[in-house]
Design a binder for this molecule. Structure first.
Ligand SMILES: [Zn+2]
Length: 471
């Protein structure tokens, strides 16, 4: 009796300790791909089977929740499932009891969420049967799974040999591994690892650039930053995808080969999606370092419609793939969702026509003019860079107005924020751009963040000066 109590006390204490520790940590999920070519046959079969069994157990439980959602089900070695031939039994040989418990816990959680929604007056249905189960919880580090970092492998309960995974190098040395999930996707198997990382560490890693940035969205260069950095990215439908789609159209619907081709197409979609997502994340990661991100709203919408629609589809930054109707404003909403300090400039501001140095306004600038030449002050500058700087300047005025309005009278530190002083210094624009130290730091950051993706190209442009043209 006293031993049991003692144990309880110990668990309580360790839970308290963990809770205290978590206060200074943030959770992060790492996506690790299981290297399929390194799997042996037994492992391949096991992976296929374990997802099947998870589906059986899930459907078995959902079929009679009242009698089956309990710890007895966690111990079952076989379940009955409904097939076109009638009720049949299926052995559960791969699912461990911890995995079973995880699946049932999830059902409980779903039921709880449903009842909560119902209380709020939202119309809810019942839990549905699944035709595919793609996500198996691996609850406990050390039991359902174990990370062997130096070997680039993860041991999964039920599999004798650990599986080789890609991406373990991302894990910081001193992080707490909490839980994992085994995931099935069209392009392969993954393990999602949830870790807790020290907040301090994370902050240091993401060095901030204490300065605002303007962005021009264009066709030739997708992103031109007001510091002269240009980011190009291009993800196209692969040739293989087109070929497969052609093949599919010639095959008989529902046939075995049709299904096979369909799977291959899914895999291609997943690949393209992954590339896009990576580009998107990397661009966001770069932009988040800046104090403010300034854009011009309407610019992007134009960019989406009509002539340029097809190109947008391939730019990776929008939300849904292959759905053009959903693309309008996708970039903006993506940026809005992910960057807290995003500020958009009124779409009627003539950011392309105005000289970013002397503010002289041109009547017309053709889309084919890649360089902006100012007749008044002699500035010769890349067209997109000129716009990006204008967006930065106009946007900063807006920041200035709104922050001053929102600030309490005693604003203390806020008023001495660095960028505020830079606002005034920005005016002679070339001085800002030529600040070599800043420039170098920003270029390095851009190269570091974006450089590892082969579908992104980072280049730089700077301002040339010409004598004023008084003719
Ligand atoms: Zn000028």
């Amino acid at each position: 009796m006293s031993i049991a109590l003692d144990k309880k006390q110990k668990i309580k204490e360790s839970l308290k300790k963990t809770k205290e520790k978590r206060k200074n940590q943030i959770p992060k999920v790492y996506q690790l791909k299981i290297s399929y070519s390194n799997l042996n046959n037994q492992q391949k079969q096991w992976l296929e089977r374990v997802f099947l069994e998870a589906k059986w157990l899930y459907n078995y439980t959902v079929a009679d929740i009242e009698n089956r959602l309990n710890s007895k089900t966690e111990k079952l070695k076989q379940v009955e499932i409904k097939t076109p031939q009638g009720i049949e039994t299926r052995e559960l040989t791969c699912l461990s009891s911890q995995m079973k418990q995880g699946i049932l816990d999830r059902i409980k959680k779903n039921l709880f969420d449903l009842s909560k929604a119902k209380q709020k007056g939202i119309k809810v249905g019942k839990l549905k049967f699944k035709s595919d189960y793609r996500n198996i919880p691996l609850k406990q580090n050390g039991i359902t799974f174990k990370v062997l970092k130096d070997k680039n492998r993860i041991k999964i309960q039920g599999l004798k040999k650990p599986v080789r995974v890609l991406g373990l190098h991302q894990l910081p040395d001193n992080c707490d591994i909490a839980k994992a999930e085994l995931i099935k996707k069209p392009d392969g198997y993954y393990i999602y690892l949830t870790c807790y990382i020290d907040k301090q560490n994370e902050k240091q890693k993401q060095e901030k650039i204490n300065k605002p940035i303007g962005i021009d969205f264009g066709i030739k260069h997708q992103l031109t930053l007001s510091n002269g950095i240009k980011i190009n990215y291009r993800i196209e439908e692969t040739k293989r995808l087109k070929k497969l789609q052609n093949k599919l159209s010639r095959q008989q619907k529902g046939s075995k080969n049709y299904q096979k081709t369909k799977q291959k197409i899914q895999r291609q979609h997943q690949k393209i999606y992954n590339r896009r997502k990576d580009i998107k994340n990397k661009i966001l990661s770069l932009l988040r370092r800046y104090e403010y991100v300034l854009i011009q709203e309407e610019q992007i919408k134009n960019w989406h419609s009509g002539l340029f629609g097809k190109q947008i589809q391939n730019t990776g930054i929008g939300g849904q793939i292959y759905d053009l109707s959903d693309q309008k404003g996708a970039v903006i909403s993506m940026l809005k969702k992910n960057i807290e300090t995003l500020i958009s400039v009124n779409r009627y501001e003539a950011t392309t026509k105005i000289c970013s140095r002397c503010e002289n306004r041109k009547e017309k600038i053709k889309l084919s003019d890649r360089t902006y030449k100012c007749e008044k002050c002699g500035l010769v500058i890349d067209r997109d860079l000129n716009s990006a700087i204008n967006i930065l300047k106009i946007g900063l005025q807006k920041v200035e107005e709104t922050t001053i309005k929102n600030l309490p009278t005693d604003c203390g530190d806020v008023c001495s924020a660095n960028w505020r002083h830079e606002v005034e210094q920005v005016k002679p624009v070339e001085r800002d751009i030529c600040k070599a130290k800043w420039r170098l730091k920003e270029e390095q950051a851009a190269a570091r963040v974006l450089g590892s993706n082969p579908y992104v190209r980072v280049s730089y442009t700077s301002v040339k000066q010409e004598a004023p043209n008084f003719s």
